[in-house]
Design a protein around this ligand. Sequence first.
Ligand code: KIV
Ligand code: ZN
Length: 512
Amino acid sequence: MSNRVYFFDTTLRDGEQTPGVNLNQEEKVEIALRLEQLGIDVIEAGFAAASPGDAAAVRAVAQAVTKPLVVSLARANKADIDAVIEALSGIKNVGIHVFIATSPIHREKKLFMSKEEVIAKAVDCVSYAAQHFQHVEFSCEDATRTELEFLCEIAEEVIEAGATVLNFPDTVGYATPEEYADLFQYILKHTKGVEKVRLSCHCHDDLGLAASNSIAAIKAGALQVEGCVNGIGERAGNVALEEVAALLETRKDYYQKETGIVLKEVAKTSKLISRLTGISVPPNKAVIGKNAFAHSSGIHQDGVIKDKTTYEILKPESVGFMETKLVLGKLSGRNALNKRYEELGYTISPEQLKEVFSKYKELADRKKEIFDEDIIALLETNSSVNNQTYTFKDLSLQVLANKDYRAFVHIVKEDGTIIEGIGEGNGPVDAIYKGIDQGLHIQAELIDYKIKSISKGKDSIGEVFVKIKHGDSLYQGRAIHVDIIFASASAYIEAINRFVSLHPDYVVAEMK
Ligand code: KIV
Ligand code: ZN
């Protein structure tokens, strides 16, 4: 049995199914490039048939990365497969991921199909897909609630039809590690032709067993693990790939597996995904949480001071956490800034350096001490919304007699028009958001508002993340600034820009 485990990242597909997460094309490409640095073998870039935007993003990702193989999901029907063929046409190192549900529950209650019909459909679609792609992954959705004999039966047929990877998802997070391992052992033992394909595991975390189940599958012979960095995804999420990677590395003595994962890229990847999806990493999350390497009890601290290995099985720096340094001062020059970025693992172009250096100077005027987190945040201040229809300009606030606030907000439209909005609310942010709504004639519901400081100190940069609802859809916005009121207004306007970029016919009547 080979000892190489392939990592398949589905952040851009299953991860994007996380409620409220919607990534635009630029963001998907940015994540894919980061996943490439992390050493991911296969990137599932989306679901091409879902919308023209999804198809375009799948294509853009496939064009942007060089090393990882890029696939798109397709249901077992010709139209979905055609959407993938079109999205990936002419691009090298691409493949397709076709799935159909196999469990009795899904067959009887969702598909209304017999076992024979499910097999016929799967074979039909896999052979059609195999005429266009060398890499054809086939998934038995809800595999862990499917009869084992039926899994072998369908597996044999799709191998014959040209599948190259067979995936057995624990779609609803129902399996236990022992059962999941048994499933793989059973398939390996009873499926004709199984030696020709790679077996893959795909676990959801509904009962908190995604990592245990994935590792049990790998031990039993799965050669590919599917999941998302930070464990995002449908419902309780997918397995957190960084946990599986750190486990295989830390316990190489036991599992004896090789991977292509560059562990020290984990922290950067996790931060990017958290920032772009707006989903914070819980402080106690394994491997990537803020507290994952913090020792607070006296006994532990004493041990760690004497020898780190007493309580540390994984070094924070091995997954890319660097000791935060107080960086440059107000008088530091461009070269010093560039050098620190290099030390932190960021390569930036001369144009980027020029832009970020002027922001750095502005920040240094307002903030006494500047930390690594601050300069990283400066690199990331550019909005990833394509259509920057509106930009926040400035505002003034009045405190009213009843302690309510009145905000006068100025917004610049891309053609230079200044729009003013006036709003009253029971706090400054409430008043500002009402002012923006009034100025832009928009009725958006604020679903989520989060604020956190990027680094240390009372004068730290604040990061604001908002989620708004317009109609049935959610739009997110994020902004950073030393002035949290400024950041709050900008984040809200970024969310509105996201809505506007998807609804270009939305017309705002400007106030003269
Ligand atoms: O969880 C699942 O079953 C899936 C399939 C579409 C592969 O995500
Ligand atoms: Zn899934």
